[in-house]
Design a protein around this ligand. Structure first.
Ligand SMILES: Cc1cc2nc3c(=O)[nH]c(=O)nc-3n(C[C@H](O)[C@H](O)[C@H](O)COP(=O)(O)O)c2cc1C
Length: 368
């Protein structure tokens, strides 16, 4: 077994209920590391400072072309923060979060303390803006799916990115309403796309994103560096299964990684991703009013809260970052959905078979 899979076996019974705040926070990091991240890069570090925990963005030099501003790394850190908050809630603690506590240091994203009383996260999101009352779609009058705290907690260890084709069947409106509201509570907006022409137009943007990004040799070099054979035992990065190299085919992963680096496979990958976007029962476009590190951190928290809700409701999801990562396509995406602000990520959602978990660096390896 890949040693990086042990992180998924975290046991709630091991929570140090009688420990110090520092010990409790250190335990919660076990849940933070299960969050999704760009290329499974896990760009987070945690540091205990007295009775608080600092979340630090581990800026990776391997993202100079793919994510020069670290936008997606900070989105990933936001997802880790949401897991940490959810886990704290499950163990009976609200969190008090100071965002960007050192002016001028954009790597120190948040300082987290535990408060003994549970609260509604919306009032304590700490972003200093009032979350919109409701998401943008569907209508505000519809009932909302409300999973229990326990179900959301369980969803953290159940969630995984599912890239294969979904079964037929659209998620219920009640779940979609809940996802919109979860995004809004965390300082983001969520637009749900399930009408044919808009979805087709977005699928075209996804394909163009793939073609444009993969035409760049620097982009290909950075992407290829994250792709490893499952046998290599790496705790970060993508496995060949992302490109269909599963089981015995995994042996081909190192060769595929080299091929991807040397040859522009943009047309092939674009065709695959276009179909994924076209055939998804629904697409979520998640965005923010601003395009700052604070907004990216909010987007990550919103993303993970939406993914956990969807998982609790029995749904599967995978991210498609292309149209939000290429500047001119991002603008076109906004026009296509007639939105305002800044799309941060797109998610395809539906019912389907689960996939295996991907490896993680365990909490001690990301704690400094
Ligand atoms: C900011 C961000 C961008 C992502 N972009 C993509 C993407 O474009 N395509 C994709 O298949 N997965 C994407 N993912 C999903 C990651 O690849 C996935 O979370 C990671 O490999 C870990 O796997 P897991 O989610 O199954 O735990 C993205 C995730 C995040 C947080």
């Amino acid at each position: 077994m890949n040693p990086g899979l042990a992180a998924w076996k975290v046991k709630p019974d091991d929570f140090p209920g009688k420990g110090t705040p520092a010990e409790k926070l250190a335990f919660l990091v076990n849940y933070a590391v299960l969050a999704p991240s760009k290329y499974n890069s896990q760009p987070w570090l945690f540091e205990i400072c007295g009775g608080s925990l600092d979340l630090i963005c581990d800026r990776n030099p391997a993202f100079q072309v793919t994510d020069p501003a670290c936008r997606e790394s900070i989105v990933s850190c936001g997802a880790a923060l949401m897991n940490l908050r959810m886990a704290a809630e499950y163990f009976g603690y609200a969190t008090i979060i100071e965002y960007f506590p050192w002016t001028g240091n954009d790597n120190l994203l948040a300082r987290i303390r535990l408060n003994a009383a549970r609260t509604n996260g919306a009032e304590h999101n700490g972003f200093g803006w009032k979350a919109p009352e409701r998401g943008r779609f569907p209508s505000a009058n519809q009932p909302e799916y409300e999973p229990s705290q326990d179900e959301l907690f369980l969803a953290m260890t159940r969630r995984s990115t599912v890239r294969h084709a979904f079964w037929p069947g659209t998620p219920p409106e009640t779940v979609l309403v809940a996802c919109c509201n979860a995004a809004a509570r965390n300082g983001a907006w969520l637009q749900i796309i399930k009408d044919g022409p808009t979805q087709e137009a977005i699928a075209d943007l996804v394909a163009r994103g793939d073609r444009e990004r993969l035409a760049d040799t620097g982009y290909r070099r950075e992407l290829a560096a994250w792709i490893h054979s499952a046998r290599a035992g790496c705790k970060v990065g993508l496995q060949g299964s992302v490109y269909g190299l599963e089981g015995p085919l995994d042996l081909l992963t190192p060769g595929f990684s080299l091929l991807l680096q040397k040859v522009n496979l943009g047309r092939l990958i674009a065709a695959r991703d276009r179909e994924r976007a076209r055939r998804a029962p629904v697409l979520f476009i998640l965005g923010t009013a601003e395009d700052t590190p604070r907004a990216w951190l909010a987007a990550g928290q919103a993303l993970e809260s939406v993914l956990l809700l969807a998982t609790a409701a029995g749904l599967r999801a995978s991210c498609l970052s292309q149209p939000a990562s290429v500047n001119h396509l991002r603008k076109e995406l906004l026009q296509t959905i007639q939105g305002a602000g800044f799309p941060q990520i797109m998610v395809r959602v539906g019912y389907g078979d689960p996939t295996r978990h991907t490896p993680r660096r365990p909490a001690p390896e990301v704690s400094i």
